[in-house]
Ligand binder design. Structure first.
Ligand SMILES: O=C[C@H](O)COP(=O)(O)O
Length: 253
């Protein structure tokens, strides 16, 4: 069975003080790490202190982006070796906000995924369709193509370790959630895409999250679906109480 993985993506929210306070409060909660994996993807500025604060707890810390090169004249960017040196374990790659506002492409996403593995970082690879693409019934084609581009050149072991996050763009931060059945259908299509290229063992081991207005009220139904193995959560990950409810739902799958 695939262990559910609940990841909070804080985006550009919280000050360092608020972030540390959140982790200290969360550490005090009873969360069974054998049943659910807990990740907080925080602004790069806070990663070092959050890794320290989360040490020896059930919480893992992730970054929200990285550069594909290991070093160089790229003002304002953060590299894989820099993240690894801080003790970061995960990195979100190809979030739709980065694709939309920072010109990330399938090609750059693939380069970043490979760079993540070169630095022993686990990528959370984001894919998802626009509302227009969904209305034109292109969802599964678009998403499968994004997945194939992102994982091109990975080994089976790397893909098994990866996490894919299916996030319909129209559901992010809008309060509109894909129905659990619709989300499951797309996650199944992703798994079948992987099955075709990498075979049964990889496809059945790969963890696929849903993201897009996940909250305590809808997570149980989402996680009850066969192909949804967790959630990538924005808004509802910003408050300890709601994040803990999401983790509890993960424990109870
Ligand atoms: O990375 C998280 C997603 O963009 C979802 O954000 P949201 O839960 O605020 O809709």
């Amino acid at each position: 069975m695939r262990k559910p993985v609940i990841a909070g993506n804080w985006k550009m929210y919280k000050t360092l003080t608020e972030a540390k306070d959140f982790v200290e409060q969360l550490k005090g909660k009873q969360v069974d790490s054998s049943k659910v994996e807990t990740i907080i993807c925080a602004p790069a500025l806070f990663l070092e202190q959050l890794v320290h604060a989360a040490k020896d707890s059930f919480i893992s810390i992730g970054a929200q982006n990285m550069h594909e090169e290991k070093e160089g004249a790229f003002t304002g960017e953060v590299s894989g070796p820099q993240l690894k040196d801080l003790g970061v374990s995960y990195v979100v790659i190809g979030h739709s906000e980065r694709r939309q506002y920072f010109n990330e492409t399938d090609d750059s996403v693939n380069k970043k995924v490979k760079a993540a593995f070169e630095n022993n970082l686990t990528p959370i690879i984001c894919v998802g369709e626009t509302l227009e693409q969904r209305e034109q019934n292109e969802t599964e084609t678009i998403v499968s193509n994004q997945v194939m581009a992102a994982i091109e050149g990975l080994t089976e072991e790397q893909l098994i370790q990866s996490i894919i996050a299916y996030e319909p763009i129209w559901a992010i931060g809008t309060g509109k959630t894909a129905t659990a059945d619709d989300a499951n259908d797309v996650c199944q299509a992703i798994r079948e895409t992987v099955l075709d290229s990498f075979g049964e063992e990889v496809a059945s081991s790969l963890r696929i999250q849903y993201g897009g207005s996940v909250k305590p009220e809808n997570i149980e139904e989402l996680l009850s679906k066969e192909h949804i193995d967790g959630a990538l959560v924005g808004g509802a990950s910003l408050q300890v109480d709601s994040f803990v409810k999401l983790l509890e739902a993960g424990e109870n799958v």
